[in-house]
Design a protein around this ligand. Structure first.
Ligand SMILES: O=C(O)CCC(=O)C(=O)O
Ligand SMILES: [Fe+2]
Length: 360
């Protein structure tokens, strides 16, 4: 049976592109992590960074209980490909728990974290960002990827204390799945796409024989950096799946979003809000109407920033194609592709994946 791990396994990584550097021992940014200022993974001079776009608009913060939520969400997906959401139903205690377990993991000495290292053909476990092989320099980042249960890896770290971590991550993934599906319904409805297009989510969660959406939880850590101007937290990229729901686990700013016609805009953390962004697959399904937004992360000298990203996509065999809206004669801009094919293409080509399925 096809699986998400199987799709990634087709592009195994070199250990050099898995093992993070020991950030705690560094007093300077080493050559391997020092980005030329002209390139900087899409980073620009600090003076060019904006909190608001040119027209004064900052990234929308949408209350899901707002009677106009449908319109606001649709507009945000078209104009930004990203928004922050409040009144989302995820309890603040769960957000605190997931944050503290994430901190517990990344605060371990480098030698300990290595016990949870991802193996070359695998996605789950501790390691650098998956996009690393596409860049000459390394990012100021370490991550822990969870596909399903993290028991195997965390048992190595805490033989008698892994249960708490695993329970929190399991509950969090359940709540995130519900939220992602709720958001997706709102997003699709906002452009008149019928809910039935999300055929896989009509199966009650309790039914184990129904198709399973592809999901993953990515814990991100950006340790304090001695020279932030030379380093890159996460280079500019788009996310692959339909939606990402991101918890900026601290008030430390770092995430930036590319607004067309304006430039890079900071995503200022709003207490209790979650960041939602459109990924490649929703861009394809909406026939390019929703932006698969480019985003990146900058680092800072004093604070240790962490974030928790939940990726939600259709089942592995699902065929993604532009969904023709009622009455629309717009030709499809993308050829149909299964989730598995797209993930394999993205693992090999990164940004090139979308153009490989473009009809124009
Ligand atoms: O750390 C962040 O704010 C963003 C993380 C991100 O873009 C990702 O995990 O894909
Ligand atoms: Fe991302």
């Amino acid at each position: 049976m096809a699986t998400l791990s199987g799709a990634y396994r087709k592009t195994p990584l070199h250990p050099r592109h898995i093992i993070p550097i020991d950030f705690q021992s560094l007093k300077h940014v080493p050559e391997s992590h020092s980005w030329p200022s002209s390139d900087h993974g899409g980073l620009v001079m600090r003076s060019q960074l904006l909190e608001n776009s040119d027209d004064g608009a900052s990234l929308p913060v949408i209350d899901l209980g707002d009677p106009d939520a449908l319109i606001l969400v649709g507009r945000a997906c078209e104009e930004w490909g990203m928004f922050q959401v409040t009144n989302h139903g995820i309890s603040s205690s769960l957000l605190r728990d997931v944050e503290s377990e994430t901190r517990r993991f990344f605060s371990l000495p480098a030698k300990e974290k290595m016990k949870a290292l991802r193996s070359p053909g695998d996605v789950s476990g501790y390691g650098v960002a998956r996009i690393t092989p596409f860049f000459e320099k390394f990012m100021w980042h370490e991550g822990f990827t969870i596909l399903g249960s993290p028991v195997e890896h965390t048992r190595e770290l805490w033989p008698h204390g892994y249960q708490r971590f695993c329970e929190v991550m399991e509950v969090y993934q359940k709540r995130m799945k519900e939220l992602a599906e709720r958001l997706l319904v709102v997003i699709l409805k906002s452009v008149g796409i019928r809910e039935e297009c999300m055929g896989w989510s009509r199966f009650p969660a309790a039914r184990h024989d129904g198709p399973t959406p592809c999901t993953a939880l990515q814990l991100n850590s950006y340790p304090p950096c001695p020279d932030p101007a030379r380093a890159v937290g996460l280079a500019a990229h788009t996310d692959s799946f339909l939606l990402t729901v991101l918890h900026q686990a601290s008030s430390i700013h770092g995430l930036q979003v590319l607004k067309e016609g304006t430039g890079w805009v900071r995503v200022v953390p709003v207490d209790g809000a979650l960041v939602v962004n459109v990924g490649d697959m929703l861009h394809i399904m909406s026939n390019g109407r929703f932006r698969n937004v480019r985003h990146r992360v900058v680092v800072n000298q004093t604070g240790h920033r962490m974030s928790i990203a939940y990726f939600y996509g259709p089942p592995i065999d699902y065929q993604i194609s532009p969904v023709v809206q009622d009455g629309s004669s717009c030709p499809g801009r993308f050829r149909p592709v299964t989730v598995q094919e797209y993930i394999e293409m993205k693992a090999k080509n990164l940004e090139g994946a979308i153009s490989r399925i473009s009809e124009t």
